[in-house]
Design a protein around this ligand. Structure first.
Ligand SMILES: Nc1ncnc2c1ncn2[C@@H]1O[C@H](COP(=O)(O)OP(=O)(O)O)[C@@H](O)[C@H]1O
Ligand SMILES: [Mg+2]
Length: 308
């Protein structure tokens, strides 16, 4: 089975999740390369802390979108928490400050830092960023190489936590309550505005017409356990993961050592299949004898991953 049915040409966001080191960056880069080569204007984003796309594409990828050398239609972006926070402050800072100032006497940095500490604000901003790129027509497709498991999911539950954080802030809350009586509620309006934005983003991400989640794992005990946990969490949010990539699968063992490992892997692949096979497409990705780095070797993997 391959990933060839992943996209009917209408999907807008493909999110890759899974624990560190299982091959998320490798598989998402391959997928982005594939769709770019089919002529879709594609952006690959990595929000993982560890820089990875730079290595993968053997070029300097940074916090501004850059064309990938040697691949038409493909652009890459690596963005970490510091940069996200910086942009968040630029975008929302003045608005928040103006509203907060009408209610309470606080310094600019005090206000912005407080609000900026809200749990999930990073993820919220990333989602907003992705959706904006889609809406303004910059890209046909965004492939998102997310930070290790757990965080992917947090993306989707956070709008609510984030709003809650703002609401219970005592310093703000008391004032807002008073202001509410006076019907002077700019801060509440902002919160309402964000809530609407958060809900828009959330419903976009939840719509399988727009967004597909791809879980990457490896055929080992820990991989099985983590996949189980992650899938359960996703389902708790009413989200369906429909693709499970099992990476590093040994195909042609040429020694006892590898035969034994292959047998071990088989056991775990069966477990993954038992756990998820009824709801997901399970796709085995072979272990290559060399590391996957650079466009040439990504092409090799593309041929396997999108065969048929
Ligand atoms: N199928 C594979 N065969 C051989 N090496 C692989 C394969 N998938 C990933 N790798 C290698 O494993 C390492 C980790 O992969 P990476 O995609 O960076 O993981 P993640 O993004 O999940 O942390 C990289 O050096 C990559 O080249
Ligand atoms: Mg990575």
């Amino acid at each position: 089975m391959s990933l060839s049915q992943l996209d009917d040409g209408k999907k807008r966001v493909l999110m890759f999740g899974g624990k560190g080191g299982v091959g998320k960056t490798t598989c998402s880069a391959t997928t982005a390369l594939h769709y770019a080569s089919l002529g879709r204007r594609t952006l690959i984003i990595s929000s993982d802390l560890t820089p990875s796309l730079s290595d993968m594409f053997e070029m300097e990828v940074g916090p501004t979108e850059k064309p990938v050398k040697g691949v038409d239609n493909l652009y890459a972006l690596e963005i970490g928490p510091d940069e996200v926070m910086k942009r968040w402050k630029e975008k929302f800072g003045p608005e928040i400050y103006e509203a907060a100032c009408s209610l309470i006497d606080m310094e600019y940095d005090e206000v912005i830092d407080y609000v900026g500490m809200a749990p999930g604000i990073q993820e919220e901003f990333m989602l907003d960023y992705v959706l904006e790129r889609i809406k303004d027509g910059s890209y046909d497709l965004i492939v998102w190489d997310t930070a290790p498991a757990g965080d992917t999911l947090r993306l989707l539950e956070l709008p609510h936590k984030f709003i809650a954080h703002l609401r219970i802030a005592p310093k703000v809350y008391l004032q807002v309550k008073d202001a509410f009586k006076l019907k002077k509620v700019p801060f509440l309006n902002i919160i309402e505005g964000w809530k609407a934005l958060a809900e828009e983003v959330s419903s976009f991400m939840r719509d399988p017409q727009n967004t597909e989640f791809i879980l990457v794992t490896i055929p080992e005990g820990l991989g099985v356990y983590q996949a189980r946990r992650l899938v359960k969490e996703f389902e708790g949010f009413g989200l369906q993961i429909r693709y499970l990539l099992v990476n590093n699968v040994i195909k042609n063992p040429d020694s006892d050592f590898y035969s034994q490992r292959m047998e071990m892997q088989r056991k775990y692949i069966d477990m993954l299949s038992n756990d998820h096979g009824d709801r997901m497409k399970l796709i085995e990705v072979p272990l290559f004898p060399h590391e996957i780095k650079g466009v040439e070797s990504l092409r090799e993997l593309e041929a396997v991953l999108f065969a048929g």
